[in-house]
Design a protein around this ligand. Structure first.
Ligand SMILES: O=P(O)(O)OC[C@H]1O[C@H](O[C@H]2O[C@H](CO)[C@@H](O)[C@H](O)[C@H]2O)[C@H](O)[C@@H](O)[C@@H]1O
Length: 380
């Protein structure tokens, strides 16, 4: 597999320093070490908050943040346009091959290794829908995730609050990280975080000893406050919705008329001005307000690998499946450490640090089922 060098990804964190074995893939290894500086702050000017929300880049980011829903259109011009889109996607697939068509290559590489699976929720396990409270996972997908978790350690890493994503998924056999990884429950076994000031030892619903790690715990009152302010300041914008994700806040504009997007951006910007320790990132038709800490979904993957006892091992293959910009942090960690694969879920071509792609949640489900079949057949 050739290493792609031309990827530009909007990642805000510094180079990760947590340890994972990196000699798994056929390219040169890099030293891995543990860091005690988990909570480095990021200078404000690198946080992505723009001073002038009317600048085209701000609005461009808002517009391009999620592909439009596919419309069935019989118009001849649209048929040509749709052929162009398909061609663009097929060309893009040369760079980010489908994990389904590359399944044999992936499983060949996974032979003799333990796959660890990390799954994003929205847009990966559940299709994107207009109402965030209705983003339910299908029963078929739940079964596929349940089955895959019987054979491979599996975790969900979501931007939502941990409680909310657990409520949607409802499987006790998984590990969960909410708030973009800022709220994780993992096994205690090998974790060097056990004595970290942001860790609490606890027992889960099954009585298993677990570690609860919340690196942004000091931000909780600030997030509550900013949530209340954002609800207040956007309440007159039809379709705007503010969601409290515990250690971060989402301001949704999917259902806001495009003419009012500048207003949404301006209101969010005005509130953010008062909080120098918060930053803003763009998701799929959502503005996400989060603490300025050196922690993201990539760090969450490393945390879970470590607490599962799967760090620094050449017989482990982590796979991360996600659709959003925040998932790029995890793709980047796996790519930089040369220790696993990112799978980008998208129906529209985009630059990524992932290696493989899947078109939509139904292809994610197909991949999970194939993985189970492969595991069962290779166990005989
Ligand atoms: O990390 P994720 O699990 O992908 O969470 C990211 C955000 O997902 C949700 O919003 C997205 O999905 C909604 C439901 O399909 C959709 O309406 C919205 O436009 C998307 O941005 C969630 O509501 C957010 O809080 C998460 O941050």
């Amino acid at each position: 597999m050739d290493l792609k060098s031309n990827h530009t990804v909007p990642v805000l964190t510094d180079q990760s320093t947590l340890g994972v074995h990196n000699s798994l893939l056929p390219y040169s290894p890099r030293g891995a070490a543990f860091s005690s500086n988990l909570l480095l702050t990021i200078p404000r000017k690198k946080t992505g908050v723009l001073d002038d929300i009317r600048s085209s880049s701000w609005l461009d980011a808002m517009k391009s943040s999620s592909p439009p829903h596919k419309k069935i259109n019989k118009d001849i011009h649209n048929e040509f346009a749709s052929a162009d889109v398909d061609l663009a996607y097929r060309t893009w697939l040369l760079k980010y091959p489908s994990a389904l068509t590359s399944f044999e290559q992936i499983t060949n590489f996974a032979k003799g290794k333990r796959i660890a699976l990390f799954l994003d929720y929205d847009g990966t396990l559940s299709p994107i829908v207009d109402d965030p409270d209705r983003a339910l996972m299908s029963n078929d997908m739940r079964l596929a995730v349940k089955n895959v978790a019987k054979y491979f350690p599996t975790a969900i890493i979501s931007g939502r609050s941990r409680d909310k994503v657990y409520e949607f998924v409802g499987l006790t056999e998984l590990y969960y990280a909410g708030s973009h990884g800022m709220d994780i429950v993992g096994p205690v076994r090998e974790s060097t975080y056990v004595d970290h000031p942001n860790s609490i030892r606890s027992t889960d619903k099954q009585g298993k000893e677990v570690i609860l790690f919340q690196p942004a715990s000091e931000f909780l009152p600030m997030i509550e406050e900013v949530f209340t302010s954002l609800v207040e300041s956007t309440k007159d914008i039809e379709g705007a919705k503010v969601e409290n994700n515990k250690f971060c806040v989402s301001v949704h504009y999917r259902n806001v008329d495009e003419k009012s997007w500048t207003t949404v951006a301006q209101r969010v910007h005005d509130v953010m001005k008062r909080y120098k320790r918060l930053r803003l990132t763009h998701g799929r038709k959502v503005l996400e307000v989060r603490p300025v800490i050196n922690w993201d979904k990539g760090k969450a993957v490393l945390f879970l690998l470590e607490s599962l006892g799967l760090s620094n091992r050449n017989d482990v293959l982590p796979i991360y499946v996600g659709d959003d910009k925040t998932d790029e942090d995890a793709f980047k960690v796996l790519r930089e450490r040369k220790c696993g694969y990112g799978f980008l879920v998208t129906s529209a071509p985009k630059e990524s640090n992932a290696y493989f792609s899947l078109r939509d949640p139904s292809e994610v489900m197909e991949f999970l089922k194939s993985l189970v079949m492969w595991k069962k057949s290779s166990a005989v």
